[in-house]
Design a protein around this ligand. Sequence first.
Ligand code: H53
Length: 830
Amino acid sequence: SIPEQLRDTWRKLSAAEFAGKEDFQREVVRHIETTLARSLYNCDDGAAYGGAALAVRDQLVIRWNKTQQNQTIRDQKRVYYLSLEFLMGRALDNSILNLDVKDMARDGMGELGFRIEDVISQEHDAALGNGGLGRLAACFLDCLATLNYPAWGYGLRYKYGIFKQEIVDGYQVETPDYWLDFNPWEFPRHDVTVDIMFYGHVNQYTDENGKVVKVWEGGEIVKAVAHDVPIPGYKTNTVNNLRLWASQPASGEFDFQKFNSGDYEGSIRDQQRAETISAVLYPNDNIDAGKELRLKQQYFWVAASLHDIVRRFKKTHRPWSEFSDQVAIQLNDTHPTLAIVELQRILVDVETLHWDEAWDIVTSTFGYTNHTVLPEALEKWPVPLVQHLLPRHLQIIYEINLYFLQQVEKKFPKNREMLRNLSIIEESQPQVIRMAFLAIIGSHKVNGVAELHSDLIKSTIFKDFVAFYGPDKFTNVTNGITPRRWLHQANPKLSDLISSKLGGYEFLKDLSQLENLKKFLNDKEFVKDWMDIKLANKVRLAKYIKETNGIAVNPHALFDIQVKRIHEYKRQQMNIFGVIYRYLQIKEMSLEERKNLVPRAFIFGGKAAPGYWMAKTIIKLINGVGDVVNNDKDIGDLLKVVFLEDYNVSKAEMIIPASDISEHISTAGTEASGTSNMKFVLNGGLIIGTMDGANIEITREIGEENIFLFGNVAENVEDLRHAHRFGKVEMDPKLKKVCDTINSGLFGDANIYAGLLSSLTTGCDYYLVSDDFSSYLTTQDLVDEAFKDKDGWAEKSISSVALMGFFSADRCINEYADMIWNVEPLPEHK
Ligand code: H53
């Protein structure tokens, strides 16, 4: 640090915040001319983006430094959010909005010759996530900063984010997403590194006090290098930190000995091996592929993060007993569960605490969020793999399990079934470690992400844990979304209209204020403005569709959107089957009958995991149907089917505000929460959905009259599946008609779709498409009827938005802070 007597000089010269537009422009030009070495003669939109991003970034950094200093000085309890995924999307627009300098940036760039929208759209999405889980983490970071909580995110700095999706001949084709060509939002900290060990063996020594000490040694070392990303809050000086770890070889760039002896390839092999760890995001959402490299990623990331957290704690010279007064760690799903084992290892093996004392610290530090009940998504690592990769950790897991099962035995004496049900180790061939069980045992609170989901985990997958711990260890925090990105940024016109009625943008920090919109339900001008904005957003999307897909969509048609990961449980297949049925019906209608129809555009988007064959077949079918329907002159505007390529966060920001209706139609009990349902309703779209996940609470908040619900409820799902297994279900005749049409080859070779169709019959229709199909179609007819009543539709739209306050992720973060983390916001620095 700088000596006291020199600090005044230093302070006089410190980087300053913008006083106005000219300051901003000066910095943009300076960065373009110096940092980027361009000039006014060769500055394109890309360079303008670079200049603007660097100028805005400087403003973030000033506040970021002060925030971190302030947090260190105040020394309050901090939250650490461990997530393998942070689906951030673009940062420039978000930073400008959170700093509240949008007008200045628009005018400033305008005078320099650039449209701010064009500049913003130059940015490559930061796509370090798959879907809902990763985007939730990104929303939470925004809220933590906005609410001034001292909080850090910890993740991996993947060189390749989620793949880019192209549609070729109707099929998904994946290409790599190299996003780091120009990324001004990260700061590599080559001085902040951690050595991480893999493999090796455990040795046992007796120390001078006669105590047996276990030492893990002799393994392979990889270096973790910190890359920090500033996370600004909305209209606050707080800028929190997201720390992403990149893997590098532990010693130097490559092996010089090998290089000098002529083994050029061998010399870089180790480097590449090390770098592979953080090279690529696994592209699975809600599917556990169980690959060794994935386990390496998990350990690499949690070990580096914990080392960092412990190092920060040790600087305060507090006793270990105060660790959990200073540190709360939230596990986003089971992916970071090894953190529990790693902290126990650090405390026992390195810091030489007694097992029980260490274990108390561990369990009072961690909280675990469960995001799924799908069996294929629950992580289970084979014991032999863990033994090989992390031998000491396996011993610790066994020990945790042993002590835990002793407690179980005490509570349920001689109950072998209970022991088997609760054991971390599943007695399969080979044995596997049930990561969710380890996460529960090592945490003080476990939460689900919507009421139904939190109830379901208690009554199904974690039932026996409730019997053992009692119900209090389990709680619910219903998911939310940040209104800054999902209203203000995605739909600026609607945000402006709302602010004009509510007297400013305060609602963006207190979303319950939206309730005051109800007063304007009869204000004709307001209602017109509201619907005009919806139309403008639809026109924008229609234009995009024309440009990218070449399909002309009438902006006055009912826009029916389903954008999310492609998964059988989310039932895009049911949607497209419904489209086929609608098509067949229209074909049978007279011209007179057709006059009564509401034109509809079905818009799909979403990625399939590269190895998920059935999901890929669904994409192919959607495109196959689109080819037929969109080129059928006899159908015209009445029906269009669009598949939007490469759905991602920035596209979501354009698509979501353009919906009239969106589809959230998962089999009841399968979608833990869903968060896009909230985004659509907040943007004035209505939804058609099942009684699943957060749809249920959305209904409670906005009222049954404002949502189109259909289908079986979760309680019936088991019985229905049972009936299918015993061949007791006749296929719905309408669905049968759809299947026959697909089989006729109308949408391309029927063989392509054989597996998809047989999943409904020989596959026992696990996702209950045939059970819900008829009520789905009936409800879609109700949607058409409702859409004809323009005033009624507008009323539903506005009153729904008015009642969406509950779904602000600010509410979630306050609930986590209160119920789980026990942390307080920090007064914002000056
Ligand atoms: O997490 C979202 C939920 C959604 C759920 C999703 C999710 C993933 O995206 C990936 C893995 C996983 O276990 C869960 O499917 O329902 O809204 C955020 O909680």
